[in-house]
Design a protein around this ligand. Structure first.
Ligand code: TEU
Ligand code: CA
Length: 559
């Protein structure tokens, strides 16, 4: 079924690093408002704001202490209302981040909950007795260390899959669910256009809380018992019925550990749960022994196999989200393209073309449209992300499992702070993000890579994104076309077609730094293809085509 959110392009804003309007070095809501024209000009349809709620910022806003108040550093509720109003006036929708697997330990519910075992809020969280002096089970936290924290006051332990300051809510408790639905309704009644739901597939835990596999490490893996847990679909169906179904909105669930079978349920068109999910299988293809801290070389065949599985698996029965970058991932041009001077622009465009030519709703993360790159801060002291700092303490300092230099290579390649450096607006001081030193360092390449320069250059990465977005809006084959992959065994080139109502696209992307000559399989040797969009001089479709390094091209054929 055709619908607006399938034809949309969603732009993610990480407010802390987007634009600072009042010169305190921290991005804010008025800063976003100042840049609405830029976003409208890019042509995106929806803005997703990473959390802007009140938070002590143990995890940059993913630890919420009040769901119905704005973080002081970001502004006020009046600022929010004005942002929503002006965005709507410019035809931009706003999607909010919904973080309800956990709250901050400073949330009033948790402050009450920890007071006593018979507090009315006790069961809002997951409290357990320890085993002798040990935690209730062996689970480790996603941010290193144990997933349980002992609380002196009542002599019990609470569960935190993420940081200690992010206690997990107890979704088994109907009052928790109703409180969440009420809060969601409050925001939707304000007129927001949807939710991106943080780790929403972790909300239902196996109530036996069994020990997890340790794989030789100090802690057990909780994911087997938390990801896609026993009642998660029941909860989402309830949420859909009580809240989501009453509004014309878009929903996307972040779902680490979701398989295609699970995604067919979360995002199935007949399931009445969510519109789409963010899958992580593709994000893990270059993780090694210590996960993101030991990056593996890029393997195009793994990526192609993943696209095939997800494009075919959801065609006609669900809907894909298309993303490579977000605030938790490194910059895609540095990861799977090349940020060398000679190739940065070209490979950034090829990657954009590749992702945006798939079936699904594409997400652009702030700065991706400029080809912003990873950063290499000289020492660990310049980093802010709790995930990096905790892993450094555990892997380098406490256990010595990794040497410092080795760990830093992982940080440079795959860590989250790569995405969190300030948005590069211009070549002025602090990249035009602020007039004072920002909360996190600016990538020194801002003098070359910045919005001002790219807007002035018709051949820039920015203008290429603008064209891709426009093509999606004017040609239904882009959002809806059926996908088919060819030349699956090729290590360097990715070839696929898309077909919809008499239009056919043939997409070819060279992921290597060398020219690649492609001899098309017989099935692709059809007449009538003309070049449509590409990042090099547009070449005709011939029996054999030599793609230049990092070239991406689309040919179109219309009946
Ligand atoms: O991320 C959850 C998640 O699964 C990971 O990508 C996470 O960032 C980390 O890499 C785990 O190793 C979401 C948010 O997007 C992230 O920013 C938050 O830190 C996290 O949930 C907790 O709210
Ligand atoms: Ca500010």
């Amino acid at each position: 079924m055709e619908t607006w959110w399938k034809e949309s392009v969603i732009y993610q804003i990480y407010p802390r690093s987007f634009n600072d309007s009042n010169d305190d070095g921290i991005g804010d809501l008025n800063g976003i408002r100042e840049r609405l024209d830029y976003l409208a000009d890019l042509g995106v349809d929806v803005l997703w704001l990473s959390p802007v709620y009140q938070s002590p910022n143990a995890d940059n806003g993913y630890d919420i202490s009040d769901y119905q108040a704005i973080m002081d550093e970001f502004g006020t509720m009046e600022d929010f209302d004005l942002l929503l109003k002006e965005a709507h006036e410019k035809g931009l929708k706003i999607v909010m981040d919904l973080v309800v697997n956990h709250t901050s330990d400073e949330h009033e519910w948790f402050v009450e909950s920890r007071k006593s075992k018979d507090n009315p809020y006790r069961d809002y969280y997951i409290w357990k007795d320890g085993k002798a002096d040990q935690a209730p089970n062996n689970w480790g936290s996603a941010f290193s260390g144990p997933a349980w924290k002992y609380d002196e006051q009542t002599g019990q332990w609470y569960l935190h899959i993420f940081a200690e300051k992010q206690p997990d809510l107890n979704w088994e408790n109907e009052r928790v669910r109703q409180s969440v639905y009420k809060m969601m309704t409050w925001w939707l009644d304000k007129g927001i256009d949807g939710f991106r739901m943080d780790v929403i597939n972790l909300i239902s835990k196996d109530q036996a809380f069994p020990d997890g596999e340790t794989h030789g490490g100090a802690y057990g893996n909780s994911m087997e018992f938390c990801c896609n847990g026993p009642r998660v679909h029941a909860y989402l169906k309830e949420m859909n019925k009580e809240v989501l179904s009453k509004y014309d909105i878009v929903t996307v669930g972040e779902a680490p550990g979701a398989t295609i079978e699970e995604a067919q349920r979360y995002a199935g068109s007949e399931e009445n749960e969510l519109n789409m999910v963010f899958q992580f299988e593709m994000m893990d293809i270059d993780h090694g022994k210590y996960g993101k801290w030991s990056p593996m070389p890029f393997d195009l065949k793994k990526m192609k196999a993943n696209f095939k599985k997800w494009q075919e698996g959801l065609d006609g029965r669900g809907w894909n989200s298309l993303y490579w970058d977000n605030h938790d991932q490194p910059r895609i041009v540095s990861r799977w393209g090349s940020d060398k001077k000679a190739w940065r622009k070209k490979s950034a465009k090829m990657l954009a073309l590749c992702l945006h030519m798939h079936q699904g709703t594409p997400y652009i993360y702030q700065g991706e449209e400029l080809g912003m790159t990873n950063v290499r801060f000289p020492s660990i002291d310049a980093y802010h992300d709790i995930e990096i700092l905790n892993a450094y303490r555990e892997l380098v300092k406490e256990t010595g499992a990794m040497r410092e230099e080795e760990f830093m290579e992982g940080v440079y390649k795959l860590s989250r702070d790569n995405a969190r450096t300030p948005m590069q607006w211009s070549d002025e001081a602090y990249a035009g993000f602020s007039s004072v030193e920002p909360w996190i360092g600016v990538n020194p390449n801002y003098t070359e890579i910045n919005a001002k320069q790219e807007i002035a250059d018709p051949d820039s990465v920015f203008h290429f994104y603008q064209r891709l977005i426009a093509l999606r809006h004017t040609n239904k084959v882009v959002p809806y076309g059926t996908y088919r992959q060819y030349m699956e065994e090729d290590d360097n080139v990715y070839v696929f077609t898309r077909e919809y109502e008499g239009q056919k696209l043939l997409v070819a992307c060279n992921f290597s730094e060398q020219p690649q000559t492609v001899e098309w399989p017989d099935a692709l040797l059809e007449e009538g293809y003309t070049p449509w969009i590409g990042n090099d001089s547009l070449k005709p479709f011939e029996k054999a085509v030599t793609l230049t390094p990092y070239e991406g091209i689309v040919w179109i054929k219309e009946e």
